[in-house]
Design a protein around this ligand. Structure first.
Ligand code: TMP
Length: 216
């Protein structure tokens, strides 16, 4: 019998409309087809407390005008819950975890986007996650023009824009610069995947990242 494969924690990052949820679904299906047990998650959210926080952060009219500091703390309250109630138990049970966003989103959105002090942002993230860090982060990169087109198409299909969708281009440029700086400082953990192509091409590029580490 083959030795059991080590459980891995993967996160996906990227701006709006980078195609994260589609890629996470395809990757999880493919991992399952090789016999792995996979937990798919999204942030903020993924626990009963986290889903309430998600609603407050994204859709609840009471969230409008929220201070950046509250946003930082709420994102990380949701994360603290997810790490302790779902991610650690899953990894301990040998399950793979694939998360739609994790702490890099806080660095990019609350740190760079909202302009909060990077040391304070890091301290709050540390409280939320402790030693639980992704083994690999896949940053799905699309150029802003393509993202805008996809977003416009999605808005046509779908209803209500959330509080983040309503931000201006300048905010998303800062977020993008935030991700670029994480890519530059932690190249061992976070890799760029060109997400401008069709779904199957991007899925292959994602799979190659895992295969090149002999994880699959
Ligand atoms: P999404 O599920 O559509 O990606 O929505 C989540 C939104 O929350 C998205 O606009 C990014 C934002 N976000 C942060 O600002 N900070 C964070 O730490 C996380 C996880 C998400």
């Amino acid at each position: 019998m083959n030795a059991p494969r080590t459980a891995r924690f993967l996160s996906f990052e990227g701006g709006e409309a980078a195609g994260k949820s589609t890629q996470i679904r395809l990757l999880s299906e493919r991992l399952r087809s090789t016999g792995l047990d996979v937990v798919e998650l999204r942030e903020p959210g993924g626990t009963p407390i986290g889903e309430k926080i998600r609603h407050l952060l994204k859709h609840d009219p009471d969230g409008h005008g929220m201070s950046p500091e509250s946003e930082l703390l709420l994102m990380n309250a949701s994360r603290a819950e997810l790490v302790r109630k779902v991610i650690r138990p899953a990894l301990e049970a040998g399950r793979w975890v694939v998360s739609d966003r994790f702490f890099d989103s806080t660095t990019a959105y609350q740190g760079h986007g909202r302009g909060l002090d990077p040391l304070q942002v890091r301290a709050v993230i540390d409280i939320a996650v402790g030693p639980t860090r992704p083994d690999l982060t896949l940053y799905l990169d699309v150029d802003p023009a393509t993202a805008r087109q996809r977003l416009a198409r999605r808005r046509g299909d779908q209803a209500v824009p959330d509080r983040f969708d309503e931000e201006k281009d300048a905010f998303f440029s800062r977020v993008r610069a935030g991700f670029e700086s994480i890519l530059a400082t932690e190249p061992e953990r976070i890799v760029r995947v060109d997400a401008g192509g069709d779904v199957a091409t991007v899925a292959d590029a994602v799979w190659r990242q895992l295969a090149s580490r002999s994880w699959v």
